[in-house]
Design a protein around this ligand. Structure first.
Ligand code: NAP
Length: 248
């Protein structure tokens, strides 16, 4: 029996990048997986097809996690289709670096709405359905430890998310729900290709500063999420697992 058999997992922003890698891994570990997306319907459908072809169970559901009624509908679809919810991964997120002089309300709202309001709305809607053994995992970032220049808004969102992880581990622990974050270093994803980070000086700087001498891959983050979602992490809550090849 796979370690996540009989579990239902929701992964936000799972049509691409780290979220897609997490959905793929949780499904291969036996969970029934909801692949959430907003615009990338084709990619989400292709991932569901791939999971099913490998013998897994998955469903794609469109919902903008910044919108409470869409989040509520996402959770209802999950319960209606799979009969429960055990694992929630708040992965959907956006990163836009900017010098402090270039801060705009738009940059602030885009990043705080998706990276902070989104996880709060998803947690709030999901928690009533999570029982003993439930696992909530927030995808934060190593930026909360290395505090790179030009990232005040983005690092601010992930600092807020780390605080939320700690608060919810206290608030939900008495109900048997564990809450943790994974804080990745630079990972090769659709997003880091699309925004030009791949091949940039920032990638080179990361490789030079990282003891393991490279950037990370989505599978390396997915493996940690799978551990945190499983009973193997039954005594782990309120933790921030920094997965950055040793970069601090
Ligand atoms: P990505 O490749 O750009 O993928 C982003 C995903 O989020 C897509 O599936 C996208 O779906 C979804 N999404 C965007 N807006 C959404 C919304 N309003 N509601 C629901 N889903 C939405 O991103 P990534 O690089 O994998 O990053 C994923 C997470 O890891 C983020 O939280 C990021 O901050 C964090 N992280 C990334 C790195 C890195 O180096 N890549 C490092 C540390 C932390 P659609 O295309 O359908 O909109």
């Amino acid at each position: 029996m796979n370690k996540l058999s009989n579990k239902v997992a929701l992964v936000t922003g799972a049509s691409k990048g780290i979220g897609a890698g997490i959905a793929r891994r949780l499904a291969s570990d036996g969970a029934k997986v909801v692949v959430n997306y907003t615009t990338s319907e084709r990619e989400a459908a292709a991932l569901v097809t791939e999971i099913k072809a490998a013998g897994g169970t998955a469903l794609s559901v469109r919902a903008d996690v910044r919108n409470k009624s869409e989040v509520d509908a996402l959770i209802q679809s999950t319960i209606a289709r799979f009969g429960g919810l055990d694992i929630v991964v708040n992965n959907a997120g956006i990163y836009q670096f900017a010098r402090i002089e270039d801060t705009t309300e738009e940059l602030y709202r885009q990043q705080f709405d998706l990276n902070v309001l989104g996880p709060l709305l998803v947690a709030g809607a999901a928690v009533p359905h999570l029982g003993q053994g439930g696992s909530l995992i927030n995808i934060s970032s190593f930026v909360t430890r290395i505090l790179p220049a030009d990232s005040a808004i983005y690092s601010g969102t992930k600092g807020a998310l780390d605080a939320i992880t700690g608060v919810l581990s206290r608030e939900l622990g008495p109900r048997g729900i564990r809450v943790n974050s994974v804080n990745p270093g630079l990972i090769e994803t659709d997003g880091t290709h699309a925004n030009g980070v791949m091949g940039s000086e920032f990638q080179t700087w990361n490789e030079q500063q990282t003891p393991l001498g490279r950037i990370g891959q989505v599978e390396e983050i997915a493996a940690i999420v799978s551990f945190l979602a499983s009973g193997d992490a039954g005594w782990v809550s309120g933790e921030h697992i920094i997965a950055s090849g040793g970069m601090r």
